[in-house]
Structure formats: C-alpha cells, structure tokens
Design a protein around this ligand. Structure first.
Ligand code: ASP
Length: 348
C-alpha cells in the first residue's frame, strides 16, 4: 500500500462567514521596497488585492528548490505590481503566467515536456470570474506564450477553446510570432525523453511521485483585484512522453482551471487524467459556495482525488474574501502568495 501524504497551508483567515463582503482594511507594506509608485490613500483603504501562484506539484529535488522559489517569486512580483498599479485580475494572472512560461525551470512554454514523438504540445487556459468567460488552447505548438493565445480566444472569438493546428493558425492570424519547433525543445527535455524511452512500462502518473523520472511543474496563478474580480490562468507542457494529441486537465474548464467571483479561483497541477475525472477546480468552488473555507475546500478536494481516483496533485485557491490556500498529496509543491501585509511568501 502506497504511503499517502498530503499537506495544506493557509496564509490568512479573515473569518468564516459566507456572507462576508470585502471591507476596508489597512496595508502599509510594499512588496517591492524599490518600487517608484507610492501607495495612494485609496490603496491604503481599499486593499483586497491578493495573488497566489504555483510552479507544479511533484517530487521537486532539493537542488531545484531555489530555482523554483525564484521563478514563483519573480512571477508574483510581476502580477502583483500590475495589480498595485491599477491592473485588473485578468491582466495580472496573464502577466504572471507569461513570466513563468519564459522560465524554463517550469513545464510550460520553453520548459515544456516532449510527447512520444519528441514534440512540444502545450495547453493553457485563462478564466474571468466576473463573467465566467474563458479562453483555452490545447495541444498548441509554435508559440512562446500559449496563455496569451488563450486570452485572445476568449476576447476575439465566439468560441471558448481551440486545439491543435486550429489554435496555432489562430495565433498566426492574431500576429503571434511562429517559432520553429526546435526552439521549444530543450536539451534537458531531449535527455529526459531518451531516459524515458529506456524505462520499461513507463506511466505518466509515476512522474508525480518519488518513484518516477522527475517532471517539472505546470504553472498557474489566481488573483483578485480591488473590484473583487477573480481571474485564473494555467499553462503547461502536459505530462512527459504523452501521446500526440493528449490534452490534460489544465485547459479544461472546471478541471485544472476555474474562477467564479461568487466563490473563488482555482488552478490545479498534477496527474491530469485523475484531476479531470473529479473536476477538481469546480469542486473546490462548489465547496466554497456551500460555505466551506478555502483551506477546507482545498483539503477536501485533494482527499477526494486520492480516495476516489487514486490521483496525485495539488491546488491553489484564492476566495472572494482574499483568503489564499493550497493543498497537495505529492511529495512537494512550489507555491507563492502575497500575504496579508502585501509581502511575497514562497514555499516548497
Ligand atoms: N496537470 C498537468 C497535465 O496533466 C501536468 C502538471 O500539472 O504537471 O497536463
């Protein structure tokens, strides 16, 4: 019987009342002391802004902890600066995920895993908790930033999701630079791909626990702005050595990604085939809708994932009151969030 471990953290707890409405409170701290823009009086009085990010849930080796922390911290800085400068939650999560897609330590953008054929196929989704509008792309290649394409699917098409060549063609039409496939294929991933070829009976699920060839982490971000609008974005290269055309949980609404202003925003990471079976994002939001705290909702969802489908993964949650929380049952998870005082906290 496999040992199951799961962990939760909650950064702040602003009371459990389900009827809680954002109320004015004071925040005198800057996350970046060198920032030139000063806090306005409005900033001090109406400060609901919060963010939480993840850089994957798996068995992160000690020597990669620092790089993961740096990546999460940089991403938080980008997104939170935007929020502090009056940007909305959607802009903040998009910019945050763009910064993580640029950081090859993560399984997203330039760090993406290769599929069985040695190609990169990426999934991404962005969701607006105000309207429940979302845009997603799946099995897309040739672009540096799938999350930007997902945003345009939401804003410039009458559809919600585009896949494969259709998604790439749309990106081309929207003026995205088309990069050669080899630009997204890193040396590190070629080496991993060769290693996996040698493993008899390799299963993608093994990649998330101690016994597997370590994957890198999918990335995700959830933000709430001062209007109380919640947005979420998730981006991934999927799982190592997946079949061509395989789509994970990340770009599926209610699975790896979900946001609703009336409850919370959620981004998941882990073994997608299990996460999608339990519609983990929507499950967390439903629990919060029913009056559960973000912490409890995250714990319950991960416990259900384990028991019901023997799945592995983690979720980050940011609820409508600004409470951040996360839970996971993999050996570790890279997480960063803005605490009550506006400071960045990053943990593995
Ligand atoms: N959930 C992603 C997928 O299955 C992988 C990950 O989160 O690491 O595509």
């Amino acid at each position: 019987m496999r040992m199951l471990r799961w962990y939760t953290r909650s950064s702040l707890n602003r009371g459990q009342c389900p009827h809680f409405k954002p109320f004015p409170h004071f925040s005198f701290f800057s996350i970046n002391p060198n920032q030139t823009n000063k806090l306005s009086l409005l900033d001090l009085v109406f400060d609901l802004k919060r963010m939480i990010v993840h850089g994957g849930a798996w068995d992160i080796p000690k020597d990669l902890h620092e790089d993961h922390k740096k990546g999460c911290s940089r991403a938080l800085e980008v997104g939170y600066d935007l929020l502090r400068n009056g940007g909305n939650a959607l802009d903040a999560v998009e910019a945050t995920v763009v910064s993580m897609e640029e950081d090859c330590i993560f399984d997203a953008g330039c760090g993406s895993f290769l599929n069985e054929k040695g190609e990169v196929e990426m999934d991404a989704m962005i969701m607006d908790g105000r309207t429940l509008g979302f845009g997603s792309v799946a099995a897309i290649g040739k672009v540096r930033h799938p999350i930007k394409v997902a945003r345009l699917v939401m804003e410039r098409t009458k559809h919600c999701m585009l896949v494969g060549e259709g998604a790439t063609d749309f990106a081309r039409e929207m003026g995205f630079e088309m990069i050669e496939d080899h630009c997204l294929v890193s040396e590190r991933e070629i080496a991993r791909w060769k290693d996996i070829q040698r493993i008899k009976g390799f299963h993608q699920k093994d990649a998330f626990v101690e016994r597997g060839p370590n994957p890198m982490g999918t990335v995700g971000a959830v933000a709430i702005d001062d209007n109380g609008d919640i947005a979420v974005a998730t981006s991934t290269g999927g799982t190592p050595h997946k079949m061509p055309g395989r789509v994970g949980d990340s770009p599926l609404v209610g699975c790896g990604t979900y946001a609703d202003n009336s409850s919370a925003g959620v981004s998941a990471t882990g073994y997608g085939e299990a996460l999608m079976k339990v519609c983990i994002g929507r499950r967390v939001c439903q629990s919060i809708d029913n009056g559960m705290t973000a912490k409890k909702a995250a714990e319950n969802a991960i416990s259900f994932l384990s028991k019901r489908v023997d799945g592995y993964g983690g979720v980050i949650v940011l609820d409508r009151r600004g409470e951040t929380s996360y839970a996971f049952n993999t050996p570790s998870m890279a997480v960063g969030f803005i605490d009550r005082s506006g400071r960045r906290r990053v943990r593995i």
